[in-house]
Design a protein around this ligand. Structure first.
Ligand code: GBH
Length: 452
């Protein structure tokens, strides 16, 4: 298997996200984001680190995009930092912020790389969080305004847009268990964040869609399996699949929220008020981005009681569902390796929307790199992870699913959110003391795989 196993027009890329790579958090008029605030709060990040410097991509983007092109990749998925472009979250654009993303896009184009811009990869301007964040509707409207002005300013150099990255994480890690910024624990109210995020997506889609561009959204769906065929375990499966997958896929693709999830969480009345907004949320997408890492297997709680409201949770209404270890080999994140899960989730989505083009917008693995005496970086497990998942992707394409592209997570090691710099996902190794970039063996393998 190599690139020629895939169609010629299959898109090959790598992804990054603004707060994870850029650094320069106080330069050229960028305003503070919720991640600046969160990372500066003691105890929130594993190594006490922040994204203040990160990979210094703000100054080294030219080298980084050349590295990406040198691997034979033809697409760069990066994210636009909202607080660089609109420093307080609302109002006029900061020209220096727009100029930076124009430089990124122009450098891509000069290197034969197509830019794919994500408009929101979690760095909400802090003033908007102070006004209620994603728990309030106004944030969705501000997102639309920012999306519109960014697209207006850059439409001559960027024609592929992703509105949101993984709204599941924004809602349930940001407002559910507090593991991500803004670190709030709001129980079933985190469902309101889901709606406001999806509303923001719908408003932005309406504002930026033109005949000349493509607009999609990147979710983190994953197959959820029941630990056994018992009714109780199947109910656990239904609940977690509802929160993780259907709560996003159904409104986007079918124009309705899953009634069982609203019932489990006691939110049916609240959601009922906003029924009309589902028309906006379900407006046609040009593509759906799938960020896939691992599946999940769940069982019912021993006492049969699913709900335990009040504490930190990513599963409001189903707090006591048990995650089951099925014995899969794991990456350094503890996430089970299962390429067949990639097939299952793509099939699940394709069944809902048979014509919709799909892209794998993230896929990758964390492992500690071994830096050898001669300076090469050995990461055989990461290479194997990519090989296995690409083999599945090739099969899925051969079976006729409309899978159109693959973006590796990630181009280079970076700030891995609450794990700080203690987890590395890159094809390129970063020495955080010198900012030296070194292509890992997995990156060299990918270059050979791509054969160009
Ligand atoms: C992505 O998030 C992000 O988009 C990216 O910024 C990040 O760096 C990258 O992945 C690596 O983390 O409860 O065992 O089922 C992925 C976040 C990871 C959230 C898997 C859900 C479920 C683990 N997702 N996680 S489990």
């Amino acid at each position: 298997m190599n690139r020629t196993t895939f169609p010629d027009d299959f898109v090959w890329g790598a992804a990054t996200a603004s707060y994870q790579v850029e650094g320069a958090t106080r330069e050229d008029g960028r305003g503070p984001s919720i991640w600046d605030t969160f990372a500066a709060t003691p105890g929130k990040i594993a190594d006490g680190e922040t994204g203040d410097v990160a990979d210094d991509h703000y100054h080294r983007y030219d080298e980084d995009i050349r590295l990406l092109a040198g691997l034979g990749l033809k697409a760069y998925r990066f994210s636009v930092a909202w607080p660089r472009v609109v420093p307080t979250g609302s109002g006029a654009a900061n020209q220096a912020g727009l100029d930076f993303y124009r430089r990124i896009a122009e450098t891509c184009l000069a290197n034969g790389v197509t830019p794919y811009a994500t408009l929101y990869h979690w760095d909400l301007p802090q003033p908007l969080e102070d006004a209620g964040g994603w728990l309030v509707r106004d944030t969705a409207e501000r997102f639309r305004d920012y999306a519109a002005l960014t697209q207006d300013a850059l439409s001559d150099v960027i024609s592929h847009w992703i509105t949101l990255n993984e709204p599941w994480c924004s809602a349930f890690l940001g407002y559910g268990n507090g593991e991500h910024a803004p670190g709030r624990v709001e129980g079933a109210d985190s469902l309101k964040a889901v709606h406001h995020l999806l509303l923001g997506h719908g408003l932005a889609l309406q504002a930026i869609k033109t005949p000349d561009n493509t607009v999609g959204i990147a979710l983190n769906p994953a197959p959820v399996y029941a630990a056994s065929e018992s009714d109780a375990d199947r109910d656990a499966q239904r609940r977690v699949d509802g929160l993780r997958n259907r709560m996003f896929l159904d409104p986007l693709l079918l124009g309705k929220y899953p009634a069982d999830v609203l019932e489990d969480t006691g939110t049916a009345e609240w959601f009922g008020r906003y029924d009309a907004e589902l028309r906006l949320i379900s407006a046609p997408l040009d593509f759906l981005g799938v960020n896939y890492y691992c599946p999940s297997t769940v069982a019912a709680p021993a006492d049969g009681e699913f709900a335990a409201p009040g504490g930190p949770t990513t599963q409001p209404g189903s707090e006591k569902v048990v995650a089951v270890d099925t014995g899969l080999a794991k990456t350094q994140m503890g996430w089970g390796i299962d390429p067949n899960g990639l097939r299952d989730i793509l099939v699940q989505i394709n069944t809902l929307a048979p014509e919709l083009p799909l892209y794998i917008t993230e896929n990758g693995a964390a492992y500690p790199d071994e830096v050898t005496a001669d300076g090469t970086i050995e990461d055989p497990e990461r290479q194997a992870y990519f090989e296995q998942h690409l083999a599945t992707a090739a099969e899925v394409v051969a079976e006729g699913l409309p899978l159109k592209g693959y973006f590796a997570w990630t181009l280079m090691d970076n700030f891995e959110w609450s794990w700080g710099y203690t987890r590395r996902f890159g094809l390129v190794h970063i020495d955080y003391t010198t900012q030296q970039r070194t292509i890992k063996n997995s990156g060299l393998w990918l270059k050979t795989f791509l054969g160009r």
